[in-house]
Design a protein around this ligand. Structure first.
Ligand SMILES: Cc1cc2nc3c(=O)[nH]c(=O)nc-3n(C[C@H](O)[C@H](O)[C@H](O)COP(=O)(O)OP(=O)(O)OC[C@H]3O[C@@H](n4cnc5c(N)ncnc54)[C@H](O)[C@@H]3O)c2cc1C
Ligand code: FES
Length: 257
């Protein structure tokens, strides 16, 4: 459905935030779901692009995006009052769990996918990872929402130097009234490392897999990921991440033996 752009602003570097008027999408959106965006009908963008719904409130849908190619570059030039076509909300959501303490672990723009959890969860811990300070997003916002924020950057420009997953043992060592439930989103190598660690340490949680998508509705099989399947000889099957995901229980993600 057509949605008017209310605002499209540069946050820093290659990162932008865009807000659409879309009561239909906003009223149904749950944490971790995405919209499939047809950027601009006047230009050559037949394929939609998927973006996590960062926020959805009062008929307004907010996305946070990084310019990485042709589509996102075109999106960044669009102005207030212009229209995109939004399909969604699509995909499986994260499950807010009041019986656990939230441990959000995100890399780069993955911070947008988990943001809506802060609306329904009374604080927790957020581990934000990025290549460098320039790629860190929503640090202040998560802190203002009552979450303890820890940072890791690959180049050490802010927080601990290294991968965000290296912060986990320290958090796990803290005393907590409730056990942790991990919500993760970020680059695939990070998520696979996280899934392996969660399996080893027996930590429950859900991970959002950012797979390249085409149709976004389960028809093209362009977005498949491997999930565990004990009945298959290979012990896995292919799941379409646009309909069975993007959010998967971590224990379902196939990481080999
Ligand atoms: C469920 C889901 C949620 C997403 N949420 C966000 C978000 O909140 N913010 C955001 O900035 N981006 C998000 N993405 C990634 C976003 O869809 C891509 O960056 C975008 O489609 C690239 O379009 P483009 O035309 O600019 O790039 P293209 O010219 O198509 O590609 C440029 C580069 O980006 C890579 N790329 C293309 N699609 C993806 C993808 N799906 N994931 C990772 N890399 C990709 C290509 O491999 C290539 O290297 C999400 C993707 C998925 C599947
Ligand atoms: S994008 Fe076509 S099946 Fe998922």
């Amino acid at each position: 459905m057509k949605a008017e752009i209310l605002e499209n602003v540069n946050l820093k570097g290659d990162y932008y935030q865009i807000r659409f008027a879309s009561a239909e999408v906003a009223s149904d959106a749950r944490p971790g779901q995405f919209v499939h965006v047809r950027i601009d009908e006047r230009r050559d963008f037949m394929l939609r692009r998927p973006f996590s719904i960062k926020d959805a409130e009062n008929g307004v849908v907010t996305l946070l995006y990084k310019v990485v190619g042709k589509g996102t570059a075109a999106l960044s030039t669009m102005k207030k009052g212009e229209f995109c076509d939004l399909m969604g909300p699509q995909g499986t959501p994260f499950t807010p769990r009041s019986d656990y303490r939230a441990l959000i672990i995100v890399g780069g723009y993955g911070a947008a996918a988990t943001w809506q959890l802060t609306r329904s969860m009374p604080g927790g811990v957020v581990l934000l990872g990025a290549r460098s300070a320039d790629d860190l997003l929503l640090t202040k916002e998560y802190a203002d929402a009552g979450f303890d924020v820890c940072i890791a950057t690959n180049d050490g420009s802010v927080g601990k130097k290294g991968f965000v997953t290296e912060l986990i043992p320290e958090v796990m060592a803290e005393k907590s009234e409730k056990p942790f439930f991990i919500y993760g989103c970020g680059p695939k190598p990070m998520l696979m490392a996280l899934a392996a660690l969660m399996r080893k340490e027996n930590i429950p949680g859900e991970l959002s897999l950012d797979e390249i998508m085409c149709c976004g509705v389960g028809s093209c099989f362009g977005c498949v990921v491997k999930v565990n399947d004990s009945e298959s000889a290979d012990k896995f099957r292919y799941a379409r991440s646009c309909v069975e995901g993007p959010v998967f229980p971590a224990e379902n993600i196939y990481i080999g033996d």
